[in-house]
Design a binder for this molecule. Structure first.
Ligand SMILES: Nc1nc2c([nH]c(=O)n2[C@H]2C[C@H](O)[C@@H](COP(=O)(O)OP(=O)(O)OP(=O)(O)O)O2)c(=O)[nH]1
Length: 154
């Protein structure tokens, strides 16, 4: 299971030089506050787990460019501005990832699950299960922002 890495902490597993994989993640927000979760496609690590859509940065890409490409590829939508909100490192057995979470309020096109994912517009508490470990902190940040108390997910 993934372990959240605190700010300033260095991941020791696999040596100090363990490569960090940067990931751009989109929190698509409806005007009333519902947010989009998608399930990880068959064949990927953590298949079937629920997460915010996104993916790894390719060489030379900014977070915003990667997010725009990933959401086009995976969901068939074209996003407007992406506001970088929070960054979180997670140490998984398969990779050490740095997640760049961006809020997106503006996009064009109808949602298409191009990788066979499922999707759900959710509010707190999230009812879809299981939620990816690296997704859980976002729910806590949203809860704080919304003065929501109680469990953030089932
Ligand atoms: N998209 C996304 N990834 C997350 C979240 N939380 C979290 O820990 N991750 C991790 C899971 C993966 O290790 C990594 C994303 O990699 P990925 O395999 O989904 O990315 P990708 O679409 O570029 O994959 P691929 O082309 O290599 O198949 O980030 C989240 O909320 N959304």
């Amino acid at each position: 299971m993934g372990t959240l890495v605190a700010d300033g902490e260095r991941a020791r597993e696999g040596g100090a030089d363990r490569k960090v994989v940067d990931v751009a993640v989109g929190i698509l927000l409806q005007p009333e506050g519902a947010f989009l979760l998608t399930s990880r496609p068959v064949g990927k690590v953590y298949e079937g787990y629920w997460e915010f859509p996104g993916g790894k940065l390719e060489v030379g890409e900014t977070v915003e460019q990667a997010l725009r490409r990933e959401l086009q590829e995976e969901l068939g939508i074209t996003i407007g501005a992406a506001e970088l909100w929070k960054t979180q490192m997670v140490d998984y057995p398969h990779a050490l990832v740095r997640l760049h979470f961006c809020k997106v309020r503006d996009w064009q096109g109808d949602l298409q699950m191009r990788e066979g994912q499922s999707f759900a517009w959710q509010v707190l508490p999230v009812t879809e299960t299981p939620v990816l470990p690296g997704t859980v902190p976002v729910l806590a940040w949203l809860a704080e922002e919304r003065s929501f108390s109680g469990p953030t997910h089932a």
